[in-house]
Design a protein around this ligand. Sequence first.
Ligand code: RFL
Ligand code: PHB
Length: 391
Amino acid sequence: MRTPIAIIGAGPAGLLLGQLLHTAGIDNVVIERQTAEHVRSRIRAGVLEQTTLDLLDRAGVGRRAREEGLPPDGIELLFEGRRHRIDLHRLSGGKRVMVYGQTEVTHDLMEARAAAGLTSVYGAQDVQLHDIDGPHPSVSFFQNGQRTTLQCDFIAGCDGYHGASRRAVPAAALRTYEKVYPFGWLGVLADVPPVSDELIYAHTPRGFALCSMRSATRSRYYLQVPAEQKVQDWTEAAFWDELRLRLDPEARERLVSGPALEMSIAPLRSFVAEPMRFGRLFLAGDAAHIVPPTGAKGLNLAASDVGFLFDALTDHYREHSTAGIDHYSQRCLQRVWRAERFSWWFTSLMHHFPETGAFGQKLQEAELGYLVGSEAAAAALAENYVGLPLA
Ligand code: RFL
Ligand code: PHB
């Protein structure tokens, strides 16, 4: 088996890269560990930046996101029992984000991939990368009782934080940076109308809460919970009771609860691996970096990596230039670290950190007050939230 580009992982990064390459006439094969049904049913991100929508358009899959996505003009910050609106649209000079679930993005990309007749291998076990620093790399995997080898020009490692790609890079060639937070997010998806048209980020002494949505009839809510808690420690009734306690009186009154379609806990972590290219292997998305979800940046960073990788590969095949390949890692990492900084800052501001005590709580309240009272501070939040320009 041979292909120009072997893509490991059928998450948004891998599938988007596959479609962009297809539009440029570059064939590719996606190798995914899970079944297609498993990939399709994962509930994750919800907020797309303009640059991500533009890339979906370039890949020919942006139509449904633009037609069915919800474009809130702002977000609300709730603290000391009151909500304060940040007008993202006005403060960012006319930019917007789109609320459109990652599940739907994945669905649109999978449909387009099937329609294009591109090869995808689902359920591939023991995926291994070979000769990544030589001129003839390959990927092998186990499926239906036999090992298959895929020869290629380049490998795109889009297999997430737990994937095989980053681990194939010799430890001495990789530097990693990590921060693990002492809490996670307990998330519930439910077919109930959202409590508000705009996302509510709540800072309370009981912990952080987030009210998000997927449509006019489907809501996504999160609660900060201690890192050691398991989803089995919670009942749905306890979730709704706790969420109410973290909202202001009006939102508490409006909140509609209902059976959970999904309930899970995600740990919070900041992580970066440098560099993002080793020989003929490129890391993209969660394989190279993780942000805590507070800034809604994970999927968007995965998309911008893929945009840069697409530019690098088209430069190589069309212009016979290695400039894009040589600069790929540096180009991505500049944007990655800015998003890491924003996600860490917003996480630190909004969550409850018992170890910082009353002093820490007072500092957070002072900063939140400054944020909603100063145009300059609010504009900095808006600029980062809607997404910094691509460098
Ligand atoms: P993914 O989505 O993890 O996909 C990786 C794929 O690789 C497969 N895989 C393997 N395949 C072959 N061989 C192996 N050895 C493999 N190991 C793994 C996996 O099965 C999977 O299919 O990574 P990708 O494509 O880089 O995409 C990243 C995003 O999924 C992630 O950053 C976001 O979901 C993060 N995120 C958010 N991002 C946003 O931009 N906006 C948000 O609002 C947002 N909210 C969130 C989030 C993540 C969350 N969780 C669950 C951590 C909210 C939450 C709760
Ligand atoms: C979501 O809708 O899942 C979501 C929205 C905003 C975030 C994180 C997650 O910051």
